[in-house]
Design a protein around this ligand. Sequence first.
Ligand SMILES: [Zn+2]
Length: 274
Amino acid sequence: MPELPDLEVIKEFLQPRLVGQTIVEVEVLRPIIVRDLTREGLAAGVTGRSISAVRRRGKFLVLDLEQRPGHLVLNPMLAGRLHYEAAGKRRPEYAVAVLRLADGQELWYTDAKQMGKLYLTDDLSLVPGLAELGPDALDPELTLERFVERIRPYRGEIKGVLTRQPFVAGIGNAYSDEICWRARVYPFRKRTSLSAVEIEQVYTAMRAVLIEAIEVLRQRVGAEIHVEIRDFLAVHGKGGQACPRCGARISQLKGQDYYANFCRSCQPGTLIKQ
Ligand SMILES: [Zn+2]
């Protein structure tokens, strides 16, 4: 699932390539993934318009359209991917929509699991989940003080709290594992059981993990924006391997629809089932 660092780097790649480009043709291959909140039809609503900005809000990517306020909003969920390709290249069978640009390049949205959504809207507040987003996890105004204030109403397991988008936006399963590991906090501890010092460790880890990941991805992603790079992470996806900090074996726990990875030795704790 693309998270804040993945989408930030995709945004940085697309910005200079898309801004100012006119969309000359739109193909919708899987209409079920497309939500047209303008009722104009995606192709009719977008063809001939140019892109004025590429932005990221949490785990959403927003393309602003010129001529009148309008936005294409992408919520990639588990498996949504953007591809930036030269026209005429063979598309994967799970391609959802293709935007052909005036310079001959194409932007594809593909979704192997068909769980993501592509919205066309004149009003961003109509996009489910977007208006409810809390501050971005890297928002400079999200100080430790504000973080502590915002986390107060959330009483559940810290890993889960970190992925609540109305609390802070941008973190999902992979990076919540990384943040808990960096903060040396057992991911299933209740937020209410964490000391002030531990909350501060989580905050500091959140900033450091996300900033460092963006730096790594900037070097490695390039034009392959559809490839999700996770091999550099410390614990996520590394169940059974050695913890890079203490050498103990990294644990893997299966949740309802995800795997959580952590180190029992440097993130001690016990799972309390309720
Ligand atoms: Zn360890």
